[in-house]
Design a protein around this ligand. Structure first.
Ligand code: TYD
Ligand code: MG
Length: 491
């Protein structure tokens, strides 16, 4: 037998470390490491000697070996699904919640998780389903107030939601007891960070508590064929003592993202055992909760005159194409201390594009501060936005505007060449539908894109798509005609 060793174990997450530390390096808990002695580990020789007997004893203990079957002979039961009544949420889930599955919805505090969950609970209850909303963060009264707000001031009692139950509790054992009593057909647990098992020593919110509570909920879902949605908080940098450790335990992981300062929210699938993760649901936070956004073209002002540094790109969000405006601002900076900031766009890709522009488009950006962003707060990560972004930076740098009714799609390579993008037909069709008369596309895709499309071979040629030097005298020239009329009316 090998020698027994001394290790330090974290009381919160049970991780071990060879030396004592003030803070657990895994869960971040302070002063949680205690010394213990490891059990004696068998040596390799012992393992070999005991191999046969250990297998025999485990067969005896666990009631025989399970039998492998041919993949063709495995029966595939049809998965039952339940609609949440919210089309965008159902779409991201792959057609509704699968019975007996557990979905985790993560997102920063204040993004609208509780609102979405209450809307889903109301949606299911409106179909006559029994729903239990277990809240561990708010009181039952606060939940009712929110439900009333979502129902546009209509009294909850009048809306026929007699099958929606609210439980304000943090003890998972009591929540489970209520589930067994009420027998809901849909359960919401808001949030996993606040529920706890009283028989565990660690504090609520610690990794071991969260993991254990989540496992119990998964067990409950499987046993009762009950669809469960769990809410989990995520911090800004994604470093959380919660949802990340749960991702492998649950069936579906959704991320609710967006900028709290904007109304637009995206619901993205990160993992889905019953559907695709390519879909994204779009919502707009309003006075009466989250409204589904079917077409984000409403974020473009059709009357807006072309501006330097603003270029529209037909970008794909899941299976949908949305026209998103990319903007750039280029100002004089100091060599070596230039600022490069990207909001709603991939920062690394943006830095790479500025280098490509400098090399192949004959611009000197080394002493320029550059800021780029998308309008509306929606995140755009696909490389197809490259061309629009390059045009925006060039336009902002030279003070040039694109002709009215021009938008751009295309990936830019390190050599400045334009590369093909996926779903070009769909993008061009959407741009045309929205009144764009000229769509700049990679030259290799002109034929596929059809009429109205103009092929671009390299970013070295971008200058020819610009019209004239823009005369910016006052900030008023940035306002659309409609806005100007509104201002005139007021004065
Ligand atoms: P909430 O759902 O509580 O966020 P989370 O559960 O993710 O922490 O609410 C998010 C914000 O949305 C909150 O600051 C208030 C706002 N809100 C509205 O603007 N309209 C509404 O109808 C509701 C219910 C909330
Ligand atoms: Mg909440």
């Amino acid at each position: 037998m090998a020698k027994a060793k001394k290790v330090y174990e974290c009381t919160a997450c049970k991780e071990t470390s060879a030396m004592w530390m003030g803070k657990c390096s895994v869960c971040g808990e302070w002063d949680s490491l205690v010394q213990r002695t490891t059990a004696k580990e068998p040596t390799t020789a012992n393992v070999a000697a005991n191999f046969a007997t250990s297998i025999a004893s485990s067969i005896e203990q666990y009631g025989g070996v399970s039998e492998a079957i041919k993949i063709l002979e495995i029966e595939t039961p049809t998965v039952g699904r339940m609609s949440t009544g919210i089309r965008e949420l159902d779409r991201v889930l792959g057609g509704g919640l699968v019975l007996g599955s557990v979905a985790l919805i993560g997102g920063e505090p204040g993004i609208g998780k509780s609102t979405l969950m209450m809307q889903a609970a109301i949606g299911a209850a409106s179909q006559g389903k029994r729903v239990l909303y277990a809240t561990s963060e708010e009181s039952a009264y606060q939940c009712k107030l929110r439900a009333e707000r979502l129902l546009e001031g209509e009294q909850v009692g009048e809306s026929g939601l007699s099958t929606l139950f609210v439980l304000a509790d943090t003890d998972l054992a009591r929540i489970t007891k209520q589930v067994l009593e009420i027998k809901p057909e849909f359960l919401v647990v808001d949030s996993i960070q606040m529920v706890y098992r009283s028989d565990m020593e660690s504090v609520p919110g610690s990794v071991s508590q969260i993991r254990r509570c989540c496992l119990e909920l998964v067990y409950l879902a499987r046993q009762l064929q009950l669809p469960i949605m769990i809410v989990g908080h995520v911090t800004k940098d994604g470093q959380l003592a919660g949802p990340r450790v749960l991702e492998h335990l649950v069936d579906v992981v959704l991320n609710f993202e967006g900028d709290r300062h904007y109304a637009l929210r995206g619901l993205r699938g990160i993992k889905n055992r019953f559907g695709t993760t390519l879909e994204i649901g779009l919502f707009e936070m309003g006075q009466h909760g989250l409204q589904e956004v079917v077409d984000a073209a409403s974020f473009l002002d059709p009357d807006a005159p072309p501006r330097a540094g603003a270029v529209v790109c037909p970008a794909m969000h899941g299976s949908r194409c949305l026209l998103i405006e990319t903007q750039a601002l280029v100002t004089q900076g100091t060599v070596g201390q230039t600022r490069r900031r990207a909001s709603g766009l991939d920062g690394n890709r943006f830095t790479m594009l500025t280098a490509v522009l400098e090399q192949h488009a004959n611009v000197k950006l080394a002493d320029q501060d550059i800021y780029v962003s998308t309008v509306g707060g929606l995140k755009l990560t696909e490389p197809a936005v490259d061309l629009a972004l390059c045009l925006a930076i060039l336009g902002a740098y030279n003070g040039l505007v694109l002709q009215k009714g021009v938008c751009a799609i295309g990936e830019v390579g390190l050599g400045g060449e334009l590369r093909t993008v996926a779903q070009i037909e769909q993008r061009v069709a959407q741009a045309k539908r929205r009144g764009y008369k000229q769509i700049l596309v990679p030259i290799t895709q002109v034929e596929v894109a059809g009429e109205n499309s103009v092929g671009v071979a390299s970013i070295a040629d971008l200058g020819s798509y610009y019209e004239k030097k823009e005369e910016i005298t006052t900030s008023e020239s940035w306002l659309s005609d409609r806005k100007k009329k509104e201002i005139l009316k007021c004065t």
